[in-house]
Design a protein around this ligand. Structure first.
Ligand code: GTP
Ligand code: SPV
Ligand code: MN
Length: 593
């Protein structure tokens, strides 16, 4: 029961606007969720999969025009345009409320409005924040029930006068031309209309936990980042924690759940997952940086998930999982996707809802694929076989290292270390990556994506850079900052580095650096490993020469980067900290020396 006065008033207003036939309050009980599943199965919104083979698993197909985040239709609506900054789309808040108000008017007629109280972070904990999402989609309710903590316990924690983020979502007509994902950080408000796809409509995730939260974090002295959180336990039982920011579909979920290679496993090393997408970071009383995962589940990329690449993820999606836009195998009533195995089903339905025959599937021809490249699973964190016990700790975990990374076919070496916090923040700001299917638009073009936050920063990117520098001054014992690239390719376009579990070898160098256990080579861009310091024991096909190639820094390519970065900074404008311009000039000078 919601007793919060502001919430009651707001829900009434939004119901008057959207005119649903009825309002249902989500209490978080299994009975209520099960009734909603039955309703969604009856209407065809979800398909119940084989409950013997995959208990609690369902399949959903989105509209064909609605398969990814829509960055070009995502807006930050601040009173002052400069506060959103040139890397965000902007609309005047008044104008936006009016424009979207017209679209929302009556959009829930004939439908039910679901009221979802949810908490980002452990309910009632010091660092948790509450939101209420109003939606006309059962799919959204079922996903939010996995991705966040929901229901009566949240309503109770909100109390009579607590603050919350107001989220309004309607599928409306799924009209692409009128699709809008709008954020009003000055009003703690999110309005999303005409989409039914994950990142556009699960408002606790990118909209709240990154865009609104990054704005709040700057105001309140903490950080909301697009980062996974993992722990590496050594044979003595000590666990060191790492955060890593990679752009969408660049390997966060995979790294967060990696299984150590045999050489480490036999010594007793273990990897623990705390989070796979979002980290909220604060300075602890001990002067270290502490991270919590505000989510309660994983909304992960399905294609490429298999027994070899990510066995933990494969295990966790065998039960209590919602699949979106994968292949439906009609013979077994289970699901399939590219990269699962070499036995695609012949009697199947593709993500578009058309008959699909896997015997015609050709890996080299994308037009024969059955699952959408951005097809996703939604599954509870507690399903993860390697979930860290610290996932449940409201204080989070202390961070030893921060890693930035992206997809770069050339340019970026396998790994390098920054010279310190300021240079490390600069390294984050100059990140670039090839675009992926996680957002609508062209795939595979290099774009600058500072800290993997380009699509997710709820305010001016220049101010965001300044906030990184300010935070660094407040952390007595800051994490060391690194950059990685698992995606360097040879002349035929093949990945040189095996990636996935083998990435642990790079993480071990990183931790050794944090503990001062290993040396490095100073290069113009930062500290590089000596090839012999990356452990390649038991790794087939990788030699010291391969490592030399992976670690090579080409001065001319990097001088080209410098020009590109300078243009990018110019685009962001005069709020880019002067320290970053100084770092860029220093980088250029070192490259030319
Ligand atoms: P979002 O959920 O969109 O934020 O993505 P993410 O960053 O969690 O990416 P994820 O781990 O789901 O990986 C995305 C794609 O990259 C998948 O197709 C993976 O198979 C692939 N991938 C992940 N790690 C590696 C790696 O180390 N090497 C290579 N070559 N591919 C990888
Ligand atoms: C991403 O695109 O970074 C995701 C998926 O994690 S979404 O929830 O759609 O943002
Ligand atoms: Mn993500």
């Amino acid at each position: 029961m919601i007793v919060n006065q502001k919430a009651k008033k707001w829900i009434d207003e939004m119901a008057a606007l959207t005119m649903p036939d009825r309002i249902v309050y989500i209490d978080g009980s299994e009975e209520q969720l099960e009734a909603l599943r039955r309703e969604a199965i009856a209407s065809g919104e979800i398909i119940e999969l084989n409950q013997e083979l995959m208990p609690g698993c369902y399949l959903h197909r989105t509209a064909l025009n609605d398969v990814a985040r829509v960055e070009h239709r995502t807006f930050i609506c601040t009173k002052n345009k400069d506060d959103a900054g040139p890397t965000n789309n902007w609309m005047d808040p008044e104008e936006c409320y009016e424009k979207l108000g017209k679209l929302f008017r009556g959009s829930m007629r004939g439908r039910t409005m679901y009221v979802i109280p949810y908490s980002m972070g452990i309910v009632g904990s010091e660092f948790a924040k509450i939101g209420i999402e109003l939606t006309d989609s059962i799919y959204v309710v079922l996903n939010m029930a996995i991705m966040t903590r929901i229901g009566d316990e949240v309503a109770r924690a909100l109390g009579e006068d607590g603050d919350f983020v107001k989220g309004l979502h309607s599928k409306a007509d799924l009209d692409e031309e009128n699709r809008y994902i709008c954020h009003f950080p000055e009003d703690n408000t999110i309005w999303s209309i005409n989409s039914g796809y994950g990142g556009n409509v699960l408002l606790g995730k990118k909209c709240f936990a990154l865009r609104i939260a990054s704005y709040l974090g700057r105001k309140e002295g903490w950080m909301a980042e697009h980062m996974l959180i993992l722990g590496i336990e050594n044979p003595e039982g000590e666990v060191k924690y790492i955060c890593a920011a990679f752009p969408s579909a660049c390997g966060k979920t995979n790294l967060a759940m990696l299984i150590p290679p045999e050489v480490y496993k036999k010594k007793g090393y273990k990897v623990w997952t705390v989070g796979d997408d979002i980290a909220w970071l604060r300075v602890g009383t001990d002067g270290r940086l502490w991270a919590v995962n505000p989510e309660n589940g994983f909304f992960g990329v399905v294609p490429g998930t298999n027994e070899k690449s990510n066995p933990n993820a494969l295990k966790m999606i065998q039960r209590d999982t919602i699949f979106t836009n994968v292949v439906h195998d009609l013979d077994t009533n289970t699901v399939w996707w590219e990269g699962l195995n070499d036995n695609p089903p012949k009697n199947a339905i593709d993500w578009k809802g058309n008959p699909w025959d896997g015997s015609k599937y050709d890996k080299k021809d994308k037009s024969t694929y059955g699952a959408h490249p951005n097809s996703r699973f939604t599954t509870k964190a507690t399903n993860c076989p390697c979930l860290s016990p610290e996932f449940h700790n409201p204080n989070g975990v202390p961070i030893s290292a921060i890693i930035f990374g992206g997809r770069r076919a050339k340019t970026a070496p396998l790994v390098y270390q920054s010279f310190g916090w300021q240079h490390g923040a600069f390294v984050g700001s100059i990140m670039a990556s090839e675009t992926t299917a996680a957002a609508a638009g062209q795939v595979g073009v290099v774009r600058r994506d500072p800290m993997a936050m380009l699509p997710f920063c709820g305010y001016n990117m220049g101010d965001y850079f300044r906030h990184w520098l300010d935070m660094g001054k407040k952390i007595a014992n800051p994490p060391k900052i690194f950059h990685v690239n698992w995606f360097r390719t040879d002349d035929e376009g093949n990945f040189i580095w095996p990636g996935f579990g083998e990435n642990m070898r790079v993480l071990m160098w990183i931790l050794d650096r944090c503990e001062g256990k290993v040396g490095a080579v100073e290069s113009p861009i930062g500290y590089l490993p000596r090839p012999e310091d990356i452990n390649i024991e038991g790794l087939e096909g990788v030699t010291l020469d391969t490592l030399r190639e992976l670690l090579h820094v080409d001065r001319d390519t990097w001088l080209g980067e410098v020009n590109d970065i300078r243009e990018f900074y110019a685009k962001i404008g005069d709020r880019v900290p002067k320290e970053f311009h100084e770092e860029l000039n220093a980088l250029e000078a070192r490259l030319k020396a």
